[in-house]
Ligand binder design. Structure first.
Ligand code: 3PG
Ligand code: MG
Length: 374
C-alpha cells in the first residue's frame, strides 16, 4: 500500500462479488465514411486488462465504466461507447461496460444521486482510471465513500513511478517539456525545477521563453501574457535549456532553418538540428528522464525531426524513461518506439498534476474508503 492507498489485495475475497471498475477508456477515435467510428489507439483499453483479468480469475463479476470525449451531459451518438465495447469484448470477453458516464450531467457535477445509481447492486469499487484521476467526478470520488475500494494495477504502477520521480529520482534527472502552452504547464514547470538537473524546453512554448530573452521570434506562436512569467523563471538561475536553432517557414512560406533569431514574417514549427542534438545529449547523459509534449508539429513530416530525435534518444538512453501521456505517447507510437520506454503513462493531464502536487482527487478518495484504516 503506497501511503494508505488500498491495492486489489485489500479487497479481500472478490469471488461472487460485483466489482465496478472505473477505467479510462477515453481513446482516440476516427470517423469512417459510413458514419461509424473506429478506435485508432487501444493502449488505454489494453492497459486496464491486468486488473480486469485479476478480478475475473478470482470469480468476480466485472462492470467497467468510463467517459469518452466531452459530451455535454446528454446522450450523443458521436460519443457512444459502442466502438470501445466491441474492442473490450475481443480483449476481455464477458465483461460489461456501462454507457458513457458523461451522458449524465451528474458525472461531472459529482452528483450524489448519480453516485447512488452507479453503486446500486455493486459490492466493491476499483479505480484504474489513472488518466481521469485528476477529475473530482462522481465515478471517481463517489463510490469509495461507501464501497470497499482499491486502486487497480495500472493506477498503482502510474502512482509508484510518478511519485518516485518526484521524490527520489536518480540524478542527473532531465525533464523535457514541449507542446504549445506554457500556461498549461506552469505549475509542473515550477515543481520540476525544484528536482531536475536540467529542464529542456521545446515545442511552441519555447517561443514565449525566447521572447522573454528579448529574441525576435517572427510570427511564431507564443503567449504574450506569459512572457513576464518566463522572464521570472529564467532569472531564478535554474537550469533551463532552450533551443539554439529553429526550423519553420520563412516569410514566403518556404521551409527554413534559423538560429535563435527569427526574421519578420517567419514562423517556427520545430526545434532545429543543433537543438535536437543537444537535447539528445542531455537525455543520453541522464539517469532519469521525464518527457511530456512534442518538440514541434510532428504530424507534418517536415517538422517531425525534433520530436523524432528526442523520441529516439528516449529509446536509446540507459536512463529510466517516463513519458507523460497524450501527444508524446502518440509520437512514440508513430515512430514505433513506445515499447522501448520504461513507462508510458496513460494520463497526460493527470501525470502532470501528480508530478506537480503529489496527489490527485482520485487517490484522496481511495484513502477515505471504508476498508482503509484511519
Ligand atoms: C484524458 O484523456 O486526458 C482523460 O481521459 C481525461 O479526459 P478529460 O480531460 O476530458 O477530463
Ligand atoms: Mg532506458
Amino acid at each position: 500500500m503506497i501511503e494508505r492507498l488500498p491495492t486489489l489485495e485489500d479487497l479481500g475475497d472478490v469471488s461472487g462479488r460485483t466489482v465496478l471498475v472505473r477505467t479510462d477508456f477515453n481513446v482516440p477515435l476516427e470517423s469512417l465514411p459510413d458514419g461509424t467510428r473506429r478506435i485508432t489507439d487501444d493502449f488505454r483499453i489494453r492497459a486496464a486488462l491486468p486488473t480486469i483479468e485479476w478480478l475475473g480469475e478470482r470469480g468476480a463479476t466485472v462492470v467497467c465504466a468510463s467517459h469518452l470525449g466531452r459530451p455535454k451531459g446528454a446522450p450523443d451518438p458521436r460519443y457512444s461507447m459502442d466502438p470501445v465495447a466491441a474492442r473490450l469484448a475481443e480483449l476481455a470477453p464477458g465483461v460489461r461496460l456501462l454507457e458513457n458516464l458523461r451522458f449524465d450531467p451528474g458525472e461531472e457535477k459529482n452528483d450524489p444521486d448519480f453516485v447512488s445509481r452507479l453503486v446500486r447492486g455493486v459490492d466493491l469499487y476499483v479505480d484504474d482510471a489513472f488518466g481521469a484521476a485528476h477529475r473530482a467526478h462522481a465515478s471517481i470520488v463517489g463510490p469509495p465513500r461507501t464501497l470497499p475500494s482499491a486502486m487497480g494495477r495500472l493506477l498503482q504502477r502510474e502512482v509508484e513511478v510518478l511519485l518516485e520521480l518526484r521524490r527520489r529520482p536518480k540524478h542527473p534527472f532531465v525533464a523535457v517539456l514541449g507542446g504549445s502552452k506554457i500556461s498549461d504547464k506552469l505549475g509542473v514547470v515550477e515543481a520540476l525545477l525544484e528536482v531536475v538537473d536540467s529542464l529542456v524546453i521545446g515545442g511552441a512554448m519555447c517561443f514565449t521563453f525566447m521572447a522573454a530573452q528579448g529574441l525576435p521570434i517572427g510570427d511564431s506562436l507564443f503567449e504574450p501574457d506569459q512572457v513576464e512569467t518566463c522572464r521570472r523563471l529564467l532569472s531564478t538561475g535554474k537550469p533551463i535549456l532552450l533551443p539554439e536553432d529553429i526550423t519553420g517557414v520563412d516569410e514566403n512560406g518556404n521551409y527554413a532553418t534559423f538560429g535563435r533569431r527569427l526574421p519578420p514574417g517567419a514562423m517556427g514549427f520545430d526545434i532545429g538540428p543543433g537543438s535536437a542534438a543537444a537535447f539528445s545529449d542531455a537525455i543520453m547523459d541522464a539517469r532519469t528522464v521525464f518527457w511530456n509534449g512534442p518538440m514541434g508539429m510532428f504530424e507534418d513530416d517536415r517538422f517531425a525531426s525534433g520530436t523524432r530525435t528526442v523520441a529516439q534518444a528516449m529509446a536509446d538512453t540507459k536512463a529510466f524513461t517516463v513519458v507523460g501521456g497524450g501527444d508524446s505517447a502518440a509520437a512514440l507510437a508513430q515512430f514505433g518506439l513506445d515499447d522501448r520506454i520504461d513507462h508510458v503513462s496513460t494520463g497526460g493531464g493527470a501525470s502532470l498534476e501528480l508530478l506537480e502536487l503529489g496527489d490527485l482527487p482520485g487517490l484522496e478518495a481511495l484513502r477515505g474508503a471504508p476498508n482503509v484504516g484511519h
